[in-house]
Design a binder for this molecule. Sequence first.
Ligand code: SIN
Ligand code: FE2
Length: 197
Amino acid sequence: MTDGFELHPGALTRAEQEALAAEVLAGAEHAPFWRPVVPGGKAMSVRMTGFGPLSWVSDLHGYRYQPLHPQTGRPWPPMPQILLDLWRRFAPHAQQPDACLANLYRGEARMGLHQDKDEIDFSAPVLSVSLGDTAVFRIGQTTRGGPTRSVRLASGDVCLLTGPARMAFHGVDRVIAGSSTVVPGGGRLNLTLRRAR
Ligand code: SIN
Ligand code: FE2
C-alpha cells in the first residue's frame, strides 16, 4: 500500500458522470484533444486537453503548464464546477486547483509510469476522476523500480495522490474496452486537478 494514495470508489453518480463527460467533450469542441509529443519526439498514445487557468503540455522542448491551448492559441475552457466541488469535498484543506488535465484513452492508449513533478506546489494533492471504461492503473513508490500495485479505476471513481504518494510513480497499463457506456464514442476520460503554480 502506498501511503497517501486514497481511492473513493463511486464518488460520482451515473448522472454526474454523464454530465461531466458531456461537459468535457463540449469543451473539447473549443480546445480539441491532441496527441502531445514527448521531448524525445514520440507521440503519446493518450490524447489531451485542459480546463481552467492552466494545463499541462508536452512538446519537443519539454513539459510545462501553460494558459493557452498549443494548437488554437486560445485559453482553456473554464474548469467544470463539478470538479471544483470534488476538490472541496476530498481536499478541503488545499487551495483551489489552477489546472485540470483531461486525458482521453481510446483504442490501445496507455500511460507509462511517471511522477507528476511539473507543478510548483507539491503540498497540494493531485485529484483524479475516472469516467468511462475501467483503467488498470499502476502505482508504485517515489523511486522508479520500487514495488508497484495494480488498482482498477472505474467510472465515477476519484483517487488522490497525497502525502508520500504525491510523488509516487503511476501510470495506466491498459483500459478495458467496452466496460462502460458513460463516455459517448467510448473509451476513458481521466481528469486530474492540480495546483500547478
Ligand atoms: C495521469 O497520470 O496524468 C493520468 C492517470 C490516469 O489516467 O488515471
Ligand atoms: Fe500523472
